[in-house]
Design a protein around this ligand. Structure first.
Ligand code: NAP
Length: 184
């Protein structure tokens, strides 16, 4: 992989009204039995093989820990963004508290696979506003939540992407890939 082709990919799932979690951070609706499809992982394992790094906000990280079980992205380089400079790195994650856009820009210049922007809304917005999201793979779940945490938080600047691909699943999920952010 040439350094220039290393991409930051926002890979996420959202309700049809564009929420990535309920207002209290809940994501159980994503795993509702009505959406289960035998032997279908919606491209997740293939995507995981395409990345060697994860980027996430502290809130998303805390939620992952709250699920219990082993850290899901062991073996990847995992960076958690926080405003606190006191947090100690763990076996699996490094905390980054300053100048996140410059940090991500530097990572992109290194050799490696793509980088997964896991979320959530605030970190997605920060990277969007700095032109650092190269690809979005959004799985739209056919469910309206009415309210919750949006894909991008308040303060997101308009940005246009090109449609690359759509994938339809028999459970009603629609997976949309956009690329190449441009100024609007
Ligand atoms: N559906 C999906 O695919 C999906 C994927 C990912 C996440 N989510 C959901 O997203 C929700 C969390 O989103 P969120 O927007 O509340 O939180 P978030 O973006 O995950 O994390 C926010 C935290 O990041 C740190 N931060 C924010 N801006 C920063 C900056 N400029 N510099 C350094 N650190 C900064 C702060 O941590 P400190 O408070 O430590 O300073 C802040 O509290 C969760 O409920 C999760 O379920 C859903």
């Amino acid at each position: 992989v040439s350094p220039a082709s290393r991409k930051v990919v926002l890979y996420a799932a959202a309700s049809l009204d564009n929420f990535i979690a309920t207002a209290d951070g809940g994501v159980k609706w994503l795993e509702h039995p009505r959406f289960a499809l035998p032997r279908e992982d919606f491209g997740y394992r293939k995507f995981l093989r395409s990345i060697d790094t994860t980027l996430m906000g502290h809130t998303t990280y805390r939620q992952l820990l709250g699920f219990g079980g082993p850290f899901p992205y062991a073996g990847k380089a995992n960076y958690v963004f926080t405003r606190s400079s006191r947090r100690k790195d763990t076996e699996h994650v490094s905390f980054i508290s300053r100048n996140i856009p410059a940090f991500v820009r530097a990572l992109k210049k290194k050799k490696g696979k793509d980088l997964w922007l896991v979320g959530g809304a605030r970190i997605n917005t920060l990277l969007l506003n700095h032109g650092l999201i190269d690809r979005i793979i959004l799985t739209v779940v056919p469910l309206a939540l009415g309210s919750g945490i949006p894909l991008f938080a308040e303060g997101a600047k308009p940005a246009a992407f090109r449609l690359k691909k759509t994938r339809l699943f028999p459970n009603g999920f629609v997976q949309i890939t956009w690329e190449g952010r441009q100024e609007v």
